[in-house]
Design a protein around this ligand. Sequence first.
Ligand code: BGC
Length: 380
Amino acid sequence: MSKRFLAVLGATVLALGLTACGGEGAGGGGDTSAEKPADLTIGVAMPTQTSERWIADGNSVKQKLEAKGYKVDLQYAGDDIPTQSQQVDQMITQGADVLIIAAIDGTALSGQLQAAADAKIPVIAYDRLIRESPNVDFYVSFDNYKVGVAQATALLVGLGLQNKDGSKGTAKGPFNIELFAGSLDDNNAHFFFDGAMDTLKPFIDDKSLRVKSGQTSIEQVAILRWQQETAQKRMEDLLTSSYNDGTKVQGVLSPYDGLSRGIITALQNAGYGGSGAKMPVVTGQDAEIASVKLINDGVQHSTIFKDTRLLAEQAVIAAEAFLQEKEPQANDTKTYDNGVKVVPSNLLPVQTVYKDDIKPVLVDSGYWTAEEVASGQAKG
Ligand code: BGC
């Protein structure tokens, strides 16, 4: 049982006129700075195990914390909001000393975060900002706007409208494209889409790109919970509604590899990538192994690599700072307004991966092995 937990009990202890163990509890300060790691527990709440990236995130955070001697309570919520709320509630009542949370719905945890604040448990939002709560103490993520810029840029490069160095490409278009966005309840989805649309807009305006379906608002193109099947269904519907006159779709902005695979399946079922029509330029994100294989095989065009090992490390550094009663170091104190306050953030850079980058970026860094890339399956 940690001192922070004892601090939660402090009021009771004081009411009984007893001295709290270890001098802790009076005032409920929950000072953990003198505690041994083995007496401290970090609650880690992750959204889902259906996407590799969250499995890698959870494992990395757990391993890194355990290597430092901390106890870790790692929970996955199967993308179910009540389950995640319950898991966080339980972490609090079981005496977590810090919470690291990758939220499913960024606005659904206010009650839990209030309970955490009352118990003086610092909360670190992991990759996804938790919104509409004053009780988010720190945010670790990537530069999410730049993810969107990079995705749109990869689309432009694939179509030949732009070169990798940012110079104008030789292609003229017009090209037919379709747009996809992530889950509206995920703050990141908005950043990705904004970054992408700011990048694509000049090309839509000068008509070198045409969104044939006319669906260009995030509400029209969002995919709830980032579900692959929903993306596949939407792509099928788009092909039926907007491309049944023989015109072909040439590019698809996809914000996440799972969606990209659904989109690619819909396109393949409609004959794209076979003798009928060229596979459109399809973007992605997360460097999931199944998609890395598709990129290697020339089916998917690109992904955005976000090194979850580095993100995990940042989360651990922030957690340790809080445990030592210090403020973690932020590199951004302006961008992430959660509706109540601007949350100090540490943002990591991202990297576009085209086929040629798989070896230098993903294999040589040990993120995936060459065998995993060839098979499209993680060895685990
Ligand atoms: C993450 C992305 C991920 C998506 C779906 C977002 O919040 O930033 O990396 O692709 O969720 O899991």
